[in-house]
Design a protein around this ligand. Structure first.
Ligand code: A2H
Length: 253
């Protein structure tokens, strides 16, 4: 990481009741998986959330109404950015691991899929963002390959207790058209580079660079309120809407 602070948009993915037994102390609260993204304009195409199975998370009181589930380090940063019920101090109501989160049903801003699920991803870094990632397989090579792994490997689903219905019904949602790459550009780049699984980290880093650059500089929105606008123009408009409607907040690290 560079010396420049990174400014993320945290997307509030609401956990739908009924809560699991372990979530007892959160009963009656508004609980969100807090996902950090650099691409808020892609939220139309969400198919799931990603968590690290062995990752340590907590449920933190952000204000009078909201509880965020995220990594402890992110909760501390947020507390210093005025997002904690107790000033400058994270208030953890419940300790959790990624395994506790797998299978939670979620309602996420702008998503065409009305209910999506938290699923395991092995390349999540707990010291970046919030440790929770929202998955947009149309435009993010990491998301595309991780979803592909879960779809094509029943043993992988079984290992993490992932039910078929949390994964198999979710197809790529085309949201952005990129010249030469089409409207599922992450899939296209992964196919061209013959990437076979989420473990091919070097190839995926290249794919990510290419997709991100082309998607951002040459892409056009093909869905939503800003259909026909370039991604570069639509991004700040969509971000502002999410912030104004309090479906998202700004987070820096
Ligand atoms: B992005 P940078 Cl559609 N571990 O959001 C691993 N990856 C993480 C993470 C973590 N703890 N926290 C955030 N990320 C992902 C959307 C997206 C993203 C699209 C296309 C590209 C893209 C949907 N996933 O990122 O290292 C999140 O995925 C490629 C730049 O801080 C976040 O934005 O530059 C991005 O990585 C932040 O990566």
């Amino acid at each position: 990481e560079g010396v420049q602070p990174q400014e993320y948009t945290i997307i509030k993915m609401e956990v739908l009741p009924p809560f699991p037994v372990k979530f007892g102390v959160l009963e009656g609260r508004k609980v969100f998986l807090a996902a950090a993204t650099l691409r808020p304009e892609t939220m139309y195409g969400q198919t799931n959330a990603w968590v690290l199975p062995d990752g340590k998370y907590g449920a933190f009181e952000i204000n009078e109404t909201d509880v965020f589930i995220l990594a402890h380090r992110a909760a501390l940063n947020l507390a210093y950015q005025n997002y904690s019920r107790i000033s400058e101090k994270p208030n953890c109501l419940l300790e959790l691991t990624g395994n506790d989160l797998i299978g939670l049903p979620l309602k996420s801003p702008l998503s065409f899929n009305e209910v999506i699920y938290a699923l395991p991803m092995l390349s999540i870094l707990m010291d970046k963002g919030t440790g929770i990632v929202t998955s947009v397989p149309s435009d993010a090579p990491d998301d595309y390959m991780a979803l592909q792994d879960l779809k094509s490997k029943p043993a992988f689903r079984q290992k993490y207790g992932v039910k078929d219905e949390w994964v198999l019904p979710f197809d790529i949602v085309p949201i952005i058209r990129v010249p030469d790459l089409g409207d599922k550009c992450a899939e296209e780049v992964c196919l061209r580079k013959k990437i076979r699984s989420q473990n091919e980290r070097d190839k995926l880093a290249e794919a990510k660079k290419e997709t991100y650059l082309k998607g951002f500089t040459e892409g056009t929105m093909i869905v939503g309120e800003f259909t026909g606008k370039k991604v570069q123009e639509a991004k700040p408009l969509i971000r502002r809407k999410l912030l104004e409607t309090v479906q998202a907040i700004i987070y820096s690290e």
